[in-house]
Design a protein around this ligand. Structure first.
Ligand SMILES: NC(=O)c1ccc[n+]([C@@H]2O[C@H](COP(=O)([O-])OP(=O)(O)OC[C@H]3O[C@@H](n4cnc5c(N)ncnc54)[C@H](O)[C@@H]3O)[C@@H](O)[C@H]2O)c1
Length: 255
């Protein structure tokens, strides 16, 4: 089964090989999509895209920069002849207690996790609905939030991260309402604790193992677990779903 045959996708924060974005890109490519990986220069998006194959694209794009988002998305849409899917995945996290969060750290966390998705939505929408050339009056926007946005952080991310990730729920729901008449769906995913390099070693193996004992399914998630749900929301399997939040956490939050 090729769920994304002929489709095209833009994935932000997609260059990190152990990350959710790259796992989604690989799965989308296997399912027939052409993928544009957008990431910081330091993450090497061109090399990451080359690992997927020659039909994919890697573009340097800091999602905090609205113009950079527009330029990268326009380039991808032009190269692919249209755009069907956005996976808004770029994110940063810090476990800083509230009174120690500097303005600069607050701005970085809010701007990457929340404003970045807003910037990207503004960049992709014209390609998904008319009158832009190649617009299809269809599309799927998938924003990667976090369990931190549901329970107020607490596992690693603190107040700024929880606020940004909660904001993603509102953003996804508002986009869903506003864009439904154009055939564009918008949904959010709230991953639990994923065993990858996101915290850059700041969450130790010991802490992760301790969290695993509290997860009903008995293990941390993998980037692939989240990529599978990205595929579901990106594809027509979820054609009647918009404005939802899918919790993918092994049962860590059963509400
Ligand atoms: N790993 C977890 O436990 C976990 C849990 C819940 C939610 N999430 C969310 O999943 C998403 C992906 O994270 P991951 O776990 O794959 O970690 P990751 O570190 O592998 O991926 C994050 C990516 O975002 C990129 N990025 C950072 N700042 C950027 C910017 N300004 N512009 C563009 N790209 C930027 C990084 O270079 C990296 O490739 C994030 O939004 C994160 O908040 C992760």
């Amino acid at each position: 089964m090729t769920l994304l045959a002929g489709r095209t996708a833009v994935i932000t924060g997609g260059a990190s090989r152990s990350g959710i974005g790259f796992a989604a890109a690989r799965l989308f490519a296997e399912q027939g999509a052409r993928v544009a990986l957008l990431d910081l220069e330091s993450a090497g998006p061109e090399a990451a895209a080359a690992d997927l194959g020659p039909e994919h694209l890697g573009l340097v794009c800091d999602v905090r920069d609205k113009n950079a988002c527009r330029q990268a998305v326009d380039r991808a849409a032009e190269a692919f002849g249209g755009l069907d899917v956005l996976i808004g995945n770029a994110g940063v996290v810090y476990g800083t207690p509230v009174m120690e969060i500097s303005e600069a750290e607050y701005d970085q966390v809010l701007d990457v996790n929340l404003r970045g998705n807003f910037n990207m939505a503004q960049a992709v929408i014209p390609h998904m609905r008319g009158p832009h050339m190649g617009a299809r009056n269809s599309g799927s926007i998938v924003l990667i939030s976090s369990i931190a946005g549901q329970v107020g952080g607490g596992l690693f991310g603190r107040s700024h991260y929880a606020a940004a990730k909660s904001g993603i729920f509102g953003l996804a729901k508002a986009l869903a309402r506003e864009l439904a008449p154009d055939g564009i769906r918008a949904n959010a995913i709230a991953p639990g604790v994923i065993d990858n390099d996101f915290t850059q070693g700041r969450m130790t193996r010991e802490i992760k193992d301790d969290i695993a004992t509290k997860i009903p399914l008995g293990r941390l998630g993998t980037s692939g677990d989240i990529a599978n749900v990205c595929l579901f929301l990106a594809s027509d399997l979820s054609s009647y779903m918009t404005g939802t939040v899918l919790s993918v956490n092994g049962g860590l939050l059963i509400a």
